[in-house]
Design a protein around this ligand. Structure first.
Ligand code: 3H9
Length: 659
C-alpha cells in the first residue's frame, strides 16, 4: 500500500480498492487545520479515482481523534471548518467507514457519526466531553447522535460528557461492530455498503422517545450542572433534533457552540483542562527516573489509611497495612474490605477485581512486615510526637531504598523527616478524605527530599489516578492555608453583620456545592479549635481575631456530629439556630460593632479576593510553583466551582469576581 500525503498529518493508501486515510497528529490526533485540510484533499482524491470504491478513516497511535484542537479556540478561524468537513463526509457519493482504534471524543466522535458505517476496536472509547469544556458539540453531535442512539441516551452522553467503551457503544447502536481486525472489518463493510443506498445519519428520523424518560434524563443532567450554561444548552439542542430539520438543528447548534466557546465559563474550563495537564510537572525532575514501587506499606488503617489502601489496591499495588494490635488489624482489614464492597455495590468495581484486591492485601499488627515495602505511607494520628517516633522506628525496619511518606495535614514534614537517619527519602503525600474517591493529592517537596523520591511520589499518585500538585512546606500546605484565609474572611463578615446562612447562600449561588459554614459543620469544629489554641501564644495581638467559632466550641457545638454547630440539626435538617444568632449578636456588641448588611456579590467578591491574596503569597514564597496549581487544589479539594476556573484564574482575569 503506497502512501499519498494529503497534509502534514493526513496520509492515505489504497487497499482492496479502498482509500485508507490515516490521521496522525500526535499526541491525540486533534483536528487541527491541517487535519481538516488533509481530510478534504483525501476525499477529493478518492472521488476522482474510479477504481476506489470507498474510504476508511482511522487514527495513528492510541487515539482515533481526540476532538477539535482546543489550542485553536480563540484564534482566527481557518478553512475548512469541521462542520464543512463533516458535511462532505456525510454527503459523499461513495461509502465512508470510520475504523475507531482508540478515543473518539468530541469532534472525533462527530466525524465517526457522519460516516456511513463505524467499526470499533476493543480499545475504542466514545464521548462528547464538550460540556466539560463549557461548550456544546459544534459539528453536528447534538443532531446526529440522537438520530443514531435515541434522544434519552444522547441526552445522557452529551449532557454528562461521559465516555463509553466499545461494548456499551455497540449496545447503544453507536457502532456497527467491534473487531480485533478492525481495519479488515471496515474494508469489508465498505464493499458491502458500496452495493446499497448509503445510510446517512443526518437523514435518519430521530426514534420516538417516551416523554417521561426524556424528562428524567434531562433532570439528571441539570441536577449536576451547578449553574453552568453548557449542559442545559446541550440538552435543549438534543431535544430539538426530534422536532426540527437537520439544517435548522445544525445552525442552532453552531450558533450556540460559537457563543459558548467565547464565554467566561468555557475560558475557565479550558484553563482547568490545561492546568490539569501541567500539574505535577517539575522542571528539576527532567530526566530523573522514579523508583520502582510494587508494595505499599500503610501505617494506620483508620478512615484515611483505609481509603489510601483502597486507592493503592485498585491501582494494582500490593498493600501491607499496619496496626498496633491484632484486633485493630482485623478491624482495618474489615474497613478496607467494606469500602471495596461498596464500590462493587455501586458498580464502580467488578466483584472479581475486588477479590484480586483482597488477595494483594495484608493487615498485620507486626510492624516488621514493612521490610517488604517500597513505599511506606503513615496515616496515624496527626501529632508530631507520634509521627516522629514512628519514623524513627521505621529506620530500623524498612529497606535502605524505601521511601517514607507522611500524610500529615498541618504538621511540619521537615520536622518529621529530621527524626529519621535519611531525611532525603521523606516526602509528603497529603491525601483528601475519602482518599479512594478524592482526586487531589498534595505532594510535599520537603527541604531534604531527593529528586527521585519526589519523582516516585508523583508517579505513584498518577498511577492511583490522582491529580498530584507539588507544594513546598508551609502550615496547611496550599489548600488548608488558603482555606484558613477564606474562613478568616468569612468570619470577619459574620462579625461585621452577615449571617452564616447568607454567606453560605452567596457561595452556593456562585457554584460551590456547599457554603463554608455548612462545610465547617460537616468537618467538625474541634480540630481547627485545637489548632487555634495551640497558636494562641504566638498570634499577633494586633491582628483581628474573631472569637465566635471558639465560643461555639466552648458551648459544645462541634458541628453536625454533635447535632449543632453554626447551624442546628435537631430535626435532621440544617436549620438556622436563634442561639447562634444571639451568640453572634453578643460578640458584635462586645466589640462595639454595629452590624451592616452585605450583598451576595460583596460576600463572594471578598472571599475570592481573600483566597487569591493568600494564593499570591504562596507563589511569592515559592510554596506553589504556578497559580494554576492553586486553582486545581481549590477546585478538587474544596469544592471551588471548576467553571469559574479557580480563585487565581478569577482574580487574574477579573472575570466573575462578582457572580
Ligand atoms: C470539540 O471537539 C468541539 C467539537 O464538538 C466542535 C468543533 C467545531 N486539543 O490528556 P493527555 C493535549 S472540543 C489540543 O495527557 P491522555 C494535552 O493538552 C474537544 N490538545 O493524554 C496534552 O498536551 P501536553 C473535545 C489536546 O493519553 C496531550 O494532548 N475533546 C487535546 O491521558 C496529552 O493529553 C476533548 O475534550 C485537544 N482536544 O488522554 C478531549 N486533547 O502533553 C480532551 C489533549 O502538552 N482530551 N490534548 O500537556 C482528552 O480527554 C485526553 O487528552 C485523551 C488522551 C483521552 C484524548
Amino acid at each position: 500500500m503506497s502512501a499519498t500525503r494529503f497534509s502534514e498529518s493526513v496520509t492515505g493508501g489504497i487497499r482492496d480498492g479502498v482509500l485508507v486515510v490515516t490521521i496522525d497528529n500526535a499526541p491525540v490526533n486533534a483536528i487541527s487545520a491541517h487535519v481538516r485540510q488533509g481530510l478534504v484533499k483525501a476525499l477529493d482524491h478518492a472521488a476522482a479515482l474510479v477504481m476506489v470504491v470507498g474510504v476508511v478513516i482511522t487514527g495513528a497511535g492510541r487515539a482515533f481523534v481526540g476532538g477539535a484542537d482546543i489550542k485553536e479556540f480563540g484564534k482566527p478561524p481557518v478553512e475548512p471548518t469541521l462542520p464543512e468537513v463533516i458535511e462532505r463526509i456525510e454527503s459523499y457519493s461513495k461509502p465512508v467507514v470510520a475504523t475507531i482504534n482508540g478515543a473518539a471524543l468530541g469532534g472525533g466522535c462527530e466525524i465517526a457519526l457522519a460516516c456511513h458505517g463505524r467499526i470499533a476496536s476493543d480499545k475504542a472509547t466514545f464521548g462528547m466531553p464538550e460540556v466539560k469544556l463549557g461548550i456544546v458539540p459544534g459539528a453536528g453531535g447534538t443532531q446526529r447522535l440522537p438520530r443514531l442512539i435515541g434522544t434519552v441516551a444522547a441526552i445522557d452522553l452529551i449532557g454528562s460528557g461521559r465516555t463509553v467503551k466499545s461494548g456499551e457503544a455497540l449496545s447503544l447502536s453507536l457502532v456497527d461492530g467491534i473487531s480485533a481486525d478492525h481495519l479488515d472489518a471496515a474494508l469489508s463493510l465498505v464493499h458491502d455498503l458500496a452495493s446499497e443506498p448509503l445510510r446517512r445519519t443526518g437523514m435518519l428520523e430521530v426514534p420516538a422517545a417516551e416523554s417521561a424518560a426524556v424528562d428524567a434524563a434531562v433532570k439528571k443532567v441539570l441536577s449536576k450542572a451547578r449553574g453552568q450554561a453548557a449542559p442545559a444548552e446541550a440538552v435543549r439542542l438534543v431535544k430539538a433534533a426530534a422536532n426540527v430539520d437537520l439544517k435548522q438543528g445544525l445552525a442552532d447548534e453552531r450558533a450556540t457552540f460559537l457563543r459558548l466557546r467565547d464565554s467566561n465559563e468555557a475560558a475557565a474550563l479550558r484553563h482547568v483542562f490545561f492546568a490539569e495537564r501541567q500539574a505535577g510537572k517539575v522542571d528539576k525532575l527532567e530526566g530523573i527516573a522514579p523508583r520502582k514501587i510494587e508494595t505499599v506499606g500503610i501505617v494506620g488503617t483508620g478512615l484515611m489509611g483505609a481509603g489510601i489502601a483502597v486507592a493503592a489496591l485498585t491501582a494494582g499495588y500490593r498493600v501491607v497495612g499496619i496496626e498496633q494490635t491484632e484486633d485493630a488489624a482485623a478491624k482495618g482489614r474489615e474497613r478496607i474490605a467494606g469500602i471495596l464492597d461498596k464500590a462493587v455495590q455501586s458498580g464502580r468495581l467488578a466483584a472479581t477485581a475486588r477479590d484480586e484486591c483482597l488477595a494483594r492485601l495484608a493487615v498485620a499488627a507486626n510492624i516488621s512486615k514493612l521490610a517488604a515495602a517500597d513505599l511506606i505511607i503513615e496515616a496515624v494520628f496527626d501529632d508530631l510526637a507520634v509521627k516522629t517516633e514512628l519514623f524513627r522506628r521505621l529506620d530500623g525496619i524498612v529497606r535502605p531504598d524505601a521511601i517514607l511518606a507522611t500524610n500529615t495535614s498541618y504538621l511540619n514534614p521537615d520536622e518529621i523527616a529530621a527524626a529519621t537517619a535519611h531525611p532525603k527519602r521523606v516526602v509528603g503525600l497529603h491525601f483528601f478524605s475519602p482518599a479512594n474517591i478524592m482526586r487531589l493529592v498534595e505532594v510535599v517537596d520537603c527541604k531534604a527530599t531527593a529528586p527521585d523520591v519526589l519523582a516516585s511520589a508523583l508517579a505513584f499518585a498518577r498511577k492511583l489516578g490522582k491529580l498530584p500538585v507539588v507544594c513546598g512546606v508551609t502550615e496547611g500546605f496550599i489548600g488548608n492555608r488558603i482555606f484558613s484565609a477564606y474562613r478568616r474572611e468569612a468570619e470577619f463578615m459574620i462579625e461585621d453583620g452577615a449571617a452564616p446562612e447568607q454567606v453560605d447562600a452567596a457561595l452556593e449561588g456562585y457554584g460551590f456545592p456547599m457554603g463554608i459554614f455548612t462545610v465547617y459543620d460537616m468537618a467538625g469544629l474541634e480540630i481547627a479549635w485545637a489548632r487555634r489554641k495551640r497558636q494562641a501564644a504566638t498570634r499577633d495581638p494586633q491582628a483581628r481575631y474573631v472569637e465566635i467559632a471558639d465560643q461555639l466550641c466552648e458551648a459544645g457545638r462541634f458541628g453536625r456530629k454533635t447535632g449543632k454547630g453554626w447551624y442546628d440539626y435537631a430535626s435532621g435538617e440544617k436549620a438556622v439556630d436563634p442561639e447562634v444568632t444571639a451568640l453572634i449578636a453578643a460578640a458584635r456588641k462586645a466589640k462595639d460593632i454595629s452590624p451592616r448588611s452585605f450583598t451576595p456579590n460583596e460576600i463572594v467578591d471578598r472571599l475570592l479576593r481573600a483566597m487569591a491574596d493568600e494564593g499570591a503569597a504562596l507563589l511569592t514564597e515559592g510554596i506553589a510553583a504556578r497559580s494554576s496549581d492553586i486553582d486545581l487544589v481549590m477546585i478538587n479539594g474544596y469544592g471551588f466551582p471548576a467553571h469559574k476556573g479557580g480563585p487565581m484564574f478569577a482574580a487574574e482575569t477579573h472575570k466573575d469576581m462578582t457572580p
